[in-house]
Design a protein around this ligand. Structure first.
Ligand code: 4AD
Ligand code: MG
Length: 462
């Protein structure tokens, strides 16, 4: 392999090589021309040095067209570098211009750009240091996810994106239809879904959980990892309309097993970032979120704190004046509450359990108190909720009761209920929001900056 990452880590002085990539900067001095060449394989660029004394007119002409952004190939010999911060550089002898980059109109010149501006050129932003590092980290965290679950004998299941059931029962779904909306609006007739593509109303899935539970009751340990869609009208730095979620599900497991899995999984991801992504993490620590490395390192060596919802509300009530939304038993925890618990009170990740049943989805197992469910949310500093999960209601009658209490029609969940009729067993799982995790490990503030092409309210360019 001759990507720049390999050249920089294993290249030896005296070795003849050709490096291909995009010019980051070009600097002319009296005696030499310096090209910083980057190919995205790692954060670092390779410095290519052209000696002015040996340059022929043809090379001078090509160099003239090799400004920032141009795709080029540089051949030469590796030499020890006199410059600080790099072991080797390329003593360049030949240069091929593969793709010119006219400087006029190219938005990524040398000056630093705001993240807001870069969001408007999402097709070019992976070429910057910040978004290159985010993209590599995203890939690393996906890989670390698969390796974590594989080591624990979980099977990866692909759940559908188009669905007829509302997995969370929250009604925040995008509809999928081939009906002619304009013709219908003109005729004033109500839609006839029996004539729609699927013969019934269909939506984009908010969660793969219900589908993955079918395989949990067959393969035991499973997970799904895919895009999910929510039409929440939340224009925040924490919400996307399209986001990726990892949802493991374990048979013969209870809430304690679920919490253990969630904590081990997060720690595995942080360790992977610290041990295998040092160069990019150092960049985030220096440029994006000072203290990030020490914070992540601290989290992986400490046990997560467990706290019931009831105890959490008692703590919040002690300082209720500091909150915009006054906390009380039965209230949905707001981000300000979540952040207080994890950042101020505990100063570490917290797992809040046993929420009031009215706040949570129909599939969660009810406690014997009749008021709370075996739910757990993992809250982490800066982010708030990163994981939501629960032990599932595996008793048929109770599940039907919960559905009815929430106004859901059990008939439309018939196949899900079958799992409770035939060989039902206690099981538990959770969902980790992949982009929230990425905000946590990179220190990036806005969730739109950790997914290549964000979809949010009024945002679907590119
Ligand atoms: O808490 P949620 O809604 O749980 C579920 O969907 C369950 N079916 C999971 C399960 O038990 N299998 O969502 C899980 C996580 C949240 O904790 C959050 O990290 C993330 O998904 N999330 C979002 N991320 C970005 N944008 C949004 N609009 C999100 N909504 C939820
Ligand atoms: Mg949740």
């Amino acid at each position: 392999m001759n990507d720049i990452r390999t050249i920089l880590s294993t290249g030896q002085p005296g070795q003849a090589i050709t490096a291909k990539g995009w010019v980051r900067t070009k600097r002319d001095t009296k005696n030499a021309v310096f090209l910083e060449l980057n190919d995205g394989s790692c954060m670092s660029s390779i410095q290519c040095v052209f000696d002015a004394a040996t340059m022929n007119p043809e090379l001078v002409a090509v160099l003239g067209h090799s400004g920032t952004g141009a795709a080029v190939a540089v051949s030469g010999t590796l030499v020890e570098s006199p410059a600080a911060g790099q072991k080797i550089e390329l003593k360049a002898e030949a240069l091929t211009l593969i793709g010119a980059c006219p400087q006029e109109g190219y938005p990524l010149q040398k000056k630093a750009h705001s993240l807001e501006f870069l969001r408007e050129i999402a097709h070019l932003r992976p070429r910057t240091n910040t978004f290159g590092a985010v993209s590599r980290m995203r890939d690393e965290m996906a890989f670390a996810t698969h390796s974590f679950f594989r080591d624990r004998h979980f099977r990866y299941v692909h759940t559908p994106i188009i669905t007829a059931s509302d997995a969370e029962g929250a009604g925040e779904m995008f509809q999928v239809t081939t009906l002619d909306l304009e013709a219908m609006a003109k005729s004033g007739k109500a839609p006839d879904y029996s004539k729609d593509f699927f013969g019934k109303k269909a939506m984009l899935s908010v969660s793969g959980q219900l589908n993955v539970e079918t395989h949990c009751m067959a393969l035991g340990r499973v997970y799904t990892f895919g895009p999910t869609f929510r039409a929440e009208n939340s224009n925040t730095t924490r919400h996307l309309a399209e986001f990726w979620m990892i949802e493991p599900e374990m048979a013969f497991a209870e809430l304690e097993d679920d919490m253990e899995l969630a904590e081990s999984y997060i720690k595995h991801l942080l360790s992977w970032a610290l041990d295998s992504c040092a160069e990019d993490l150092a960049f985030f620590d220096k440029r994006i979120q000072p203290g990030l490395i020490a914070m992540l390192d601290g989290v992986r060596s400490k046990a997560f704190v467990h706290m019931s919802y009831t105890d959490a509300v008692k703590e919040l009530e002690k300082t209720k004046d500091t909150f915009e939304f006054k906390p009380y038993w039965g209230c949905d925890l707001q981000t300000e509450h979540e952040r207080f618990l994890t950042e101020t009170l505990v100063k570490a990740p917290v797992i809040v359990t046993d929420y009031p049943k009215d706040l949570k989805a129909f599939y969660m197992r009810q406690n014997d108190d009749g008021k709370t469910v075996r739910a757990m949310d993992v809250l982490v500093p800066r982010i708030g909720e990163i994981i939501g999960g629960s032990e599932r209601e595996y008793r048929y009658d109770k599940l039907v009761e919960n559905m009815q209490a929430k106004g859901l029609d059990p008939a439309s969940y018939w196949w899900y209920l079958d799992l409770r009729r035939f060989g039902s067993a206690p099981h538990a799982g959770f969902g980790l929001g992949f982009e929230r995790l990425l905000r946590y490990v990179t220190g990036m503030e806005n969730i739109r900056d950790v997914i290549p092409f964000p979809r949010a309210v009024k945002q679907a360019e590119f």
